[in-house]
Design a protein around this ligand. Structure first.
Ligand code: ATP
Length: 866
């Protein structure tokens, strides 16, 4: 019959397309798309062999087969990466994790036990605890970074002031290199899972993908050390991404009360040992990480909701809000006891200059005209943000390819250690030698009256450089870097400052504070701003991809502030000289620097409420709220036109599966309407199933033969047909096989619900994660498939352990809605059944990945008219 049907579909023409629906005993769906005549005529022969033709896939067993064309080369979205076969394999190697616990009898028993305690109160307490721990960690991180950084800049400055430029450069480079290599060594030689920002991995986990080792205690320690060393020594990276990851680890660790490293499992925390609570605490840790790093509790909450977490509820909002308050107040409280480096502050007195990261003095009133440059900044943010994302991806892929082409692992390690050191040599050279080209400027050129700014500075150009310093150019660093100004104590204690040194010869935080200064219109001129912009833009791209724990949030703010200030300066130059003061006071480059920061942040990350809130909390300047919002929205529109958000691009780069909330499948630059397709179009079949009472060796053999992690459980009806009854995961089956006392000689009928004894297995079933050591797994299973094994005639009853609320849909169910079901409910497996409830296929998150749908739906579209 197969050959007959294939014959019926043969057409003339170069390209032959046939579609066949076959029905046999238990499986109904087979689709064949054949694109070449030669392939069509040899179809049946090929089906019996392993297909070699690149345009044909065949899956065959005794009863059924499927043939799918890989289709032609579909063009997905502009600049979206086309996965290579190798990358597709990496994507498939990730396992998913369940969002909801399996609704089994074991779980119901567990729920009953939890009702004894007041679990809701416990959750609030745990949220507070996580907030406190993350806040404390943020404080320690901040203090250590500051100390490493201050020591570097102050010692270098001393050498430069003495005129020992080369000694200063050597000290600065050696000091930075030592820390940079140390930061990389922790990652390369000890804990690779702590590299990067960790944000993509945490986002993927909260979306439902299991990523190995990301929540280990060792990862936390490695991340902390690497991040403090790298940022302290002045790499152009920021601590916020790593803080998010560290917060997530704390959320996971504190709430579960277990440690493999120290081998303990505290009984109190049993109530939180289920996938849902664990994810919620991890989300809280993420939000607390942002809150503690930026001192932005609302920003932390919104960032977690918008970017990181895929599942959200009102209760969770409240609990995370509480966690963020605790995190921010803890870090502010401890920071309050350190007024300045080496001096003691007053514990408990929250001073604005300590808890607002970039405190803005003399905020300017906005004007309706300000929305025009804000929108322009938005456009620039979108364009530069997209360029940043694309260049970062290209650079990282290039680095990956180069490292992969080196055969010696030692050499690879050496390169990965040497790269951050090289970054630091370049950075140190820039920060010491470049300012020499931009000589010191007399502070009197920096007026506090915006009305007179342009005139004043223009007139003052001749006196711009301090004559004494001009004589001894190499001592330019003796001029005040302007930091005193920020503390509001003195308006430049010395008479001069160097523009470029203010931007490069200091920590990024100091540079930001200077860029945001109000009423300082000509504090920076075009040259230093452009030079710093180019340096930061490219150095951040380079440094963030090296093997250290690095984030890019603060560097993004610096880049945005630089071009924001440039635009501000252009506006001042064009209109700022002869205009009325109060009406035109909005023309302040410092205000545009802030809007520019927000626009670049939005152009890269595409988050609207989170960025707006973070910017307000960071700077204390509510007056520019509306222009900031305008710039953010415009940057998002423009950025979305060119490429997808940076953090999603990172997921793509690392080949980690991620399911967007809304499907976005584009073929030939057109959106594909998934409502026009059905579940059967995308499902995998035939499905490996298990019986309610399963023969132990058969079960072990199924686990050995397949890598699937979910198996529909079948119940036999009196008429002999087996119908869908629920679903059981591989880890649950493994726990059952490990507890051999639940095996019974059989066959026997399934247990009645009421007589269940779940004691032998306890709650292991619920909390067991994916199997990490494949070989141990196989050796363990092989003992059951041996004919001489004592369990050869034994059976196991799934009744207490399988998920009785597993979802199933019919073959005709809309693909769009199936997607929404899976992404909204965090489903891991969705079984497809026919009208008589017999299992027909399986859909998992991987079947819904964009590249997979483009391949499969693309070939279907060739055969149907849409
Ligand atoms: P997870 O990734 O959630 O751990 P899994 O390993 O069970 O799930 P995937 O790796 O996501 O499954 O799926 C790989 C392919 O196998 C998908 O096309 C999926 O539909 C299919 N598949 C999953 N489970 C089964 C099963 N029991 N029988 C047949 N095919 C399955």
């Amino acid at each position: 019959p197969r050959n007959d049907q294939e014959g019926e579909n043969e057409n003339d023409g170069n390209q032959q397309v046939s579609e066949t629906v076959l029905r046999n005993n238990s499986y109904t769906f087979t689709r064949a798309v054949v694109r070449q005549r030669s392939v069509g005529t040899s179809l049946s022969r090929k089906l019996k062999t392993s297909p070699t033709d690149d345009s044909l896939f065949a899956v065959q067993d005794d009863e059924h087969f499927s043939v799918l064309s890989k289709g032609r080369d579909y063009e997905p979205v502009f600049v979206t990466h086309r996965y290579t076969e190798e990358e597709k394999e990496t994507l498939s190697s990730y396992e998913s994790c369940d969002y909801l616990p399996s609704h089994s009898h074991v779980y119901r028993h567990w729920i009953k036990r939890q009702m004894i305690s007041n679990i809701e109160t416990d959750r609030w307490i745990m949220m507070g605890l996580i907030g406190f721990a993350v806040g404390l960690l943020g404080f320690i991180l901040h203090q250590i970074i500051e100390r490493i950084s201050v020591l570097k800049w102050s010692t270098t400055k001393e050498y430069l002031d003495e005129g020992k430029v080369s000694v200063g450069w050597m000290f600065c480079s050696a000091y930075s290199m030592a820390f940079a290599v140390f930061a990389a060594a922790v990652i390369v030689l000890w804990k690779p899972s702590a590299g990067g920002s960790g944000l993509p991995e945490v986002t993927a986990f909260l979306n439902g993908t299991h990523v190995n080792n990301i929540f280990n205690l060792k990862t936390l320690v490695a991340k902390f050390i690497s991040c403090t060393a790298a940022i302290g020594c002045g790499m152009p990276i920021g601590p916020e991404g790593p803080m998010i990851h560290m917060g997530a680890i704390m959320g996971a660790g504190l709430s579960q009360g277990t440690s493999d490293l120290f081998n303990f499992k505290l009984p109190f925390f049993e109530r939180f040992r289920n996938p849902e609570d664990r994810r919620n605490f991890i989300s809280a840790g993420v939000a607390a990480g942002v809150a503690a790093a930026f001192g932005a509790p609302v920003g932390g909450l919104l960032f977690c909701m918008e970017e990181v977490s895929s599942f959200w509820s009102n209760t969770l909002s409240w609990q995370i809000f509480f966690c963020c308050i605790i995190a921010t107040s803890t870090s502010d409280l401890f920071n309050s006891s350190f007024q300045e480096f080496k001096s003691i502050g007053s514990f408990g007195a929250f001073q604005t200059s300590r808890y607002i990261l970039f405190n803005v003095y003399d905020a300017v009133d906005i004007n309706i005209l300000m929305f025009i440059p804000s929108a322009i900044l938005g456009v620039l943010g979108g364009l530069l943000g997209s360029a940043f994302t694309i260049l970062y991806l290209k650079m990282t892929r290039l680095r990956k390819r180069c490292l992969a082409s080196i055969s010696s692992p030692r050499l690879v390690q050496f390169i990965r250690l040497a790269e951050p050191a090289l970054v630091m040599i370049v950075m140190s050279s820039f920060s010491i030698f470049l300012p020499m080209a931009f000589k010191c400027i007399n502070y009197t050129c920096m007026p506090s009256d915006s009305n007179t700014v342009s005139e004043f500075c223009v007139n003052d150009t001749t006196n711009k450089y301090d004559s004494q310093l001009r004589e001894k150019e190499e001592t330019f660093h003796t001029c005040d870097t302007g930091t005193n100004y920020m503390n509001g104590t003195t308006l430049f204690s010395n008479s001069t400052y160097n523009e470029l040194a203010l931007l490069l010869f200091s920590s990024k935080d100091e540079a930001m504070k200077n860029l945001y200064l109000r009423n300082s219109h000509r504090m920076f001129n075009y040259g230093p701003l452009f030079v710093s912009l180019i340096i930061y833009f490219f150095m951040v791209i380079w440094a963030a991809g090296t093997s250290v724990a690095a984030g890019i949030l603060v560097p993004m703010l610096v880049i945005g502030a630089l071009y924001g200030r440039i635009l501000g300066l252009v506006i001042v130059d064009m209109f700022g000289v002869h205009l009325d003061e109060s009406y035109w006071s909005w023309m302040d480059p410092g205000a545009f620097a802030l809007i520019g920061s927000a626009s670049f942040f939005a152009g890269v990350a595409r988050l609207a409420p989170a960025i707006t809130s973070i910017m307000m909390e960071l700077t204390n300047d509510l007056k520019v709220l509306l222009p900031v919002m305008t710039a953010v929205v415009v940057a998002k529109w423009v950025g979305d036109y060119f490429t997808h958000p940076f953090f999603h691009a990172l997921l793509e780069l690392q080949c980690i599966p991620f399911l967007n909330q809304q499907p976005n499948v584009r073929i030939d630059k057109k959106n594909v309407q998934l409502e026009l397709f059905s579940a059967a179009d995308i499902m995998a079949f035939p499905v490996v199933t298990v019986n309610l009472v399963e023969h132990v060796p058969t079960l072990a053999q199924k686990l050995l033969d397949n890598t699937h992690n979910g198996f529909p459980v079948l119940r036999e009806l009196p008429d002999g047909n087996c119908v869908f009854h629920g679903l059981i995961t591989r880890s649950e089956l493994m726990v059952m096989l490990e507890n051999k006392d639940i095996f019974k000689p059989g066959p026997f009928t399934p247990l009645d619900d009421r007589s269940l004894d779940i004691a032998p297995i306890g709650y292991d079933c619920m909390v067991r994660g994916p199997q990490e050591k494949e070989e141990i797994h196989e050796m363990f299973l092989e003992q059951f498939v041996d004919r001489d094994s004592p369990f050869w005639n034994h059976y196991v009853d799934m009744t207490p352990y399988f998920n009785i609320s597993a979802m199933s849909i019919s073959c005709n169910f809309s693909l769009h809605r199936a997607y929404t079901l899976i992404s909204a409910l965090g489903l891991r497996h969705l079984t497809v059944v026919d009208d008589s409830n017999q299992v027909q296929g399986m859909i998992t998150r991987k079947d819904l990945m964009g590249f997979h749908m483009v391949d499969t739906l693309g070939s279907i579209m060739e055969t149907r008219s849409y």
